[in-house]
Design a protein around this ligand. Structure first.
Ligand SMILES: [Zn+2]
Length: 329
């Protein structure tokens, strides 16, 4: 599978947590957490269409201003998702400036904020530059299957986790896609055309063999006789989890969120031997990070948010995560 999603840690494994996700052949980009964004260029920041915030501790939120600074004066909508209180915090940030000159601009900058609350409920609010970022369009909703957003070629799911307060974990995934074998199509003398869309959809939706599919000559075929024309490619999936306590409920929720992920970014703030410290701070150890990645069935694990006390010991921290991920053998 050729990966479409290209994530990179903004500040390495020791700096403020944050992920910048680019997409192949697409202009848009995602930001996960808004800590120190200074390694990103204005050009990078201008590409951001979606921002996911785990929680609003300073090292995860202080970068909002950097994003705001480059975005003002642009016609742009930035969709944000985060835990309870995100909309209020965004609003407070925006109210920190004087917006008396908005009438001189034709462009509008819009922040659309979705909070995920308990029980899969959501709370939405919008803030528009042209309205001096007044709070608008507040409404309640529901996150079906934890889905808190989607964009061109990806869907975002969140899980409500526990740090000192609520903290969200995120998974960004491409939907499964179907591909048609052109050679098999030709062998059977079938023309390409819009009918293939219906065939692909039927395969992705798992329809039965007797499901009718209209053929290009107008006659009806069955899915069973056409199935061999299509292969399904699982979409790529990236998960991101940080600032969570090592509790059974968190472990279970993370494993579910990150199930089968190609890549799991997960905090390993403390070394395995410092589990008592980790518990006190509601963070994970390297070992817990590896065990959770293993339970999720992730293909690869990328630990980060290492505490500065382990500066110079990056290799050891990674080795501890990997050992637990491989089964501690
Ligand atoms: Zn943190």
């Amino acid at each position: 599978m050729r990966p479409n999603l290209h994530p990179r840690l903004i500040n390495g494994r020791f700096g403020d947590p944050g992920l910048f996700v680019e997409m192949l052949h697409r202009r848009g980009a995602l930001l996960v957490d808004l800590g120190d964004l200074s390694p990103l260029s204005p050009r990078d920041l201008l590409r951001v269409t979606h921002v996911l915030v785990t929680h609003m501790h300073m090292d995860h939120f202080i970068g909002f201003d950097a994003l705001l600074r480059v975005s003002v004066g642009r016609d742009k909508t930035i969709r944000m998702a985060g835990p309870r209180g995100l909309a209020t915090r965004v609003h407070h940030k925006l109210l920190g400036y004087e917006w008396d000159l908005v009438d001189r601009y034709d462009s509008d900058l819009v922040f659309e904020v979705t909070e995920l609350h308990e029980g899969g409920r959501t709370r939405f609010a919008r803030f528009r530059f042209k309205r001096r970022f007044a709070r608008e369009d507040e409404r309640n909703g529901e996150a079906c299957g934890g889905m808190v957003g989607e964009g061109d070629g990806f869907r975002i799911r969140a899980a409500l986790l526990e740090h000192h307060g609520p903290c969200l974990g995120f998974a960004v995934a491409e939907p499964a896609h179907a591909n048609v074998w052109k050679n098999r199509l030709a062998e059977r003398g079938l023309a390409a055309g819009p009918w293939l869309q219906a065939l692909k959809r039927a395969v992705i939706e798992g329809r039965p063999d007797d499901w009718p599919v209209a053929l290009p000559d107008g006659t009806a075929g069955t899915l069973g006789s056409l199935r061999e024309l299509v292969t399904i490619g699982e979409g790529q999936k990236i998960a991101y989890v940080t600032d969570v306590a090592d509790t059974p409920a968190n472990r279970e929720a993370i494993a579910r969120l990150a199930a089968g992920a190609d890549l799991l970014f997960i905090e390993g703030s403390f070394a395995a031997e410092d589990a008592a410290q980790a518990r006190l701070r509601a963070h994970l150890t390297t070992r817990a990070a590896g065990e959770i990645a293993r339970a999720a069935g992730a293909r690869r694990v990328e630990p980060f948010h290492f505490s500065p006390r382990y500066e110079g010991e990056e290799a050891r921290m990674i080795a501890e995560v990997e050992a637990a991920f491989r089964g501690g053998a």
